[in-house]
Design a binder for this molecule. Structure first.
Ligand code: 8Y7
Length: 265
């Protein structure tokens, strides 16, 4: 049975990660967790050293490099693609040199003027994600007239900027950025219309795992959102998302396999 969607397992190497609580901040623990996620079926490991949760502290470049590069080096040869979750071109470059093949940028190459050129130079895959504002300001009263149209227009523009800089179209992955400067109604709208994004002609990545919109629906805390995370992932798969970014790889894989078996894919 083939999987229609790939699983991207989240590996936070930040001491302040809201949902892993810093449990995996040591290289050894990070590596062990990455291997466990691959055994559970992860196709991609997304490594981040700078928390982008709302209101998180800004981490310096040297600190970010010190967190992520030793982990990527220690994962050499792992049976999964390595993705680097960073806004900084210098961190993406070091990560790709250490073995990463995907640059996951929540600022869609906007954070640094040199990002589009760096993405082109690295020749890696690039995830362009939509965010309204910055991680510090993004939940300050976000407002959209038509969230789906606005997010789609933004991704189209950022894709043009990337391609103009020399990024190959076939290396681009698009992401509506669930939770990044969005109200509950905006997140639900984006999920409801996720299939509209196929018009942009590139694979879609969906990251909904443990996000606060789930808590806004049922009052759950981050550690109580497994059911809502799985429901969102399966919804994403049914809308044709190519990559699901999740904390709980084993549980999501089981849900995906069962859904696919029923669905006949
Ligand atoms: C996403 C993400 C986060 C997402 C992509 C969290 C780094 C917040 N969310 N990257 N990163 N898409 N591409 O709650 O939705 O995991 S961090």
């Amino acid at each position: 049975m083939k999987n229609t969607a790939k699983i991207m397992g989240i590996l936070n190497v930040t001491p302040d990660s809201f949902s892993d609580g810093g449990r995996y901040d040591g290289v050894e623990q990070a590596v062990a967790h990455a291997h466990a996620m691959v055994r559970a079926g992860a196709d991609i490991i997304d490594i981040g050293g700078e928390s982008t949760r709302p209101g998180a502290d800004v981490v310096g470049r040297a600190e970010e490099l010190a967190r992520v590069i030793p982990v990527i080096e220690a994962l050499a040869g792992i049976a999964a693609e390595i993705s680097i979750d960073t806004r900084r071109p210098a961190v993406a470059q070091a990560a790709v040199q250490a073995g990463a093949s995907i640059w996951n940028d929540v600022t869609a190459l906007e954070f640094d003027d040199g990002s589009p050129d760096m993405a082109a130079k690295l020749g890696c895959k690039v995830v362009l994600m939509h965010m309204r504002g910055t991680p510090v300001t993004m939940q300050d009263n976000p407002h959209y007239r038509n969230v789906v149209a606005e997010v789609m227009a933004y991704l189209k523009t950022r894709m043009s900027v990337a391609i103009k800089a020399g990024v190959k179209r076939q290396n681009i992955i698009l992401d509506p950025g669930i939770g990044f400067g969005k109200r509950l109604e905006d997140n639900l709208n984006l999920l409801q219309h996720l299939d509209d994004f196929h018009i942009l002609g590139r694979p879609i990545l969906l990251g909904a795992s443990r996000k606060s919109f789930i808590g806004k629906i049922d009052g759950s805390t981050a550690s109580e959102r497994l059911g809502g995370s799985i429901a969102s992932a399966i919804w994403g798969a049914s809308m044709g998302a190519s990559i699901l970014r999740v904390h709980d790889v084993e549980e999501t894989m089981q849900a995906l396999k069962v859904w696919e078996a029923i669905n006949g894919t």
